[in-house]
Write a protein that binds this ligand. Structure first.
Ligand code: GCO
Ligand code: MN
Ligand code: MN
Length: 386
């Protein structure tokens, strides 16, 4: 067993929709045959994943009868138990059906909004049957092609009403879910409300039960508009709101590519893994990605193994970085940890002292920071020569 072999404690999870993705795109049909949820659980067990996540309709088709639903749930539960695969997260599909063509929680038609909330409540019931602790909400259709249709602040108010309602349902049922809101700037809508993780962090503060709601940042969604995923994750973490994470990869400025984790931006992915490991993130490492359209199911397994392997390689590299003598001595040299903190908490005396302090800005600016060396040492580690 190599040190890059996935183990349960790494908390690697995949969605049914990720390894079960059949390769359809807007220009071409599906290229892989359909696998059942049970077959997908078998595949995830084979590659060494810890858990599986699903949208309501990944598991139970929208047209299923109550009896069919119960049968599907029973079989899937048995498969998960047989293969020791957990269901840590559940979510709801509020984007596929034509009824959601103009949004779910933010739709203009109050009946569509009510249907969306009802569908979410049922998806929460379903996830709770599997012991899911996190409920992800991705508002893929909550947006516009034309702003003629509604005022965006009305959309925000509607989203708040729905979230508050669902939090109460969570409490009443005693499900104990944490909601994780997932931002995306566009696609499938031309513009999606709450385009960034930061936008959701601000929105959450306005909710009735803000302690119950956090974020689910996704690499691709932050990198599509060229933002730093790691910085978004760090802000969420610092706010105590990193309830889940969607790992994948993405070339900036393009449609959502959902590529294998680390395959496009290894350096950014390294900093992300290093951050998660350094701060001791205990949540799931969920890969919301899918295999290239060129692949058959052997390729899909390679894809899934690759996501986990790359994460573990970066984890190992992060440890090497943290224990690297020269890196640590450069860091110690630039930190000036022994300099007095003149800011701290505000007080009149402290402020007077700060105002009276003479700073030699030229001397401060003259100090070399050695970041080129620091970064090259990082590159040496990443490129495998150190
Ligand atoms: C996407 C999203 C989705 C969500 C999923 C969970 O861009 O398609 O990332 O994959 O993560 O719907 O709610
Ligand atoms: Mn995505
Ligand atoms: Mn996602």
């Amino acid at each position: 067993m190599s040190k890059y072999t996935p183990k349960p404690e790494h908390k690697f999870t995949f969605g049914l929709w990720t390894v079960g993705n059949r390769g359809a795109d807007p220009f071409g049909a599906q290229v892989r045959p359909k696998l059942s949820p049970v077959e997908l659980v078998e595949m995830l067990a084979e590659v060494g994943a810890y858990g599986v996540n699903f949208h309501d309709n990944d598991l139970v088709p929208i047209h299923a009868t109550a009896a069919e639903r119960d049968q599907i749930v029973k079989e899937f539960k048995e498969a998960c138990a047989d293969h020791d695969i957990k269901v840590p997260m559940a979510t709801v599909n509020l984007f596929y059906e034509p009824v959601f063509r103009d949004g779910a929680f933010t739709a203009n038609d109050a009946r569509v909004r009510a249907y969306a909330v009802q569908k979410t409540m049922r998806a929460m019931d379903l996830g709770a049957e599997f012991g899911a602790e996190t409920f992800v909400l991705w508002g893929g259709r909550e947006g516009v092609e034309t702003d003629a249709c509604r005022r965006p602040d009305d959309a925000i108010k509607r989203a708040r009403e729905c979230l508050n309602y669902l939090c109460e349902y969570n409490l009443e049922k005693g499900y104990g879910y944490k909601f994780a809101l997932e931002a995306k700037p566009n696609e499938p809508r031309a513009d999606i409300y709450f385009p960034t993780t930061g936008a959701y962090l601000a929105f959450i503060e306005t909710l009735d039960h803000k302690e119950m709601v956090g974020v689910n940042p996704e690499v691709a969604h932050e990198q599509m508009p060229g933002l730093s995923m790691m910085h978004a994750v760090a802000q969420a973490w610092e706010a105590g709101k990193l309830y889940h994470i969607d790992l994948n990869d993405q070339y900036p400025g393009r449609y959502d590519q959902d590529l294998r984790f680390g395959s496009v931006s290894p350096k950014q992915s390294f900093w992300l893994v290093k951050f998660l490991e350094d701060v001791g993130y205990q949540g799931m490492r969920h890969f919301d990605a899918h295999a290239y359209r060129t692949e058959d199911y052997d390729g899909v397994k390679e894809f899934a193994r690759g996501c986990m392997r790359t994460y573990l390689i970066f984890k190992d590299k992060a440890e090497r970085w943290n224990n690297h003598e020269e890196i640590q001595s450069i860091l110690a040299g630039i930190a000036e940890t022994d300099a007095e903190n003149l800011i701290g908490k505000y007080g009149s005396e402290a402020a007077a002292k700060l105002l009276a302090t003479d700073f030699d800005r030229h001397e401060l600016a003259a100090k070399g920071l050695n970041y080129e060396r620091l970064d090259q040492l990082t590159m040496d580690i990443l490129l495998g020569v150190d």
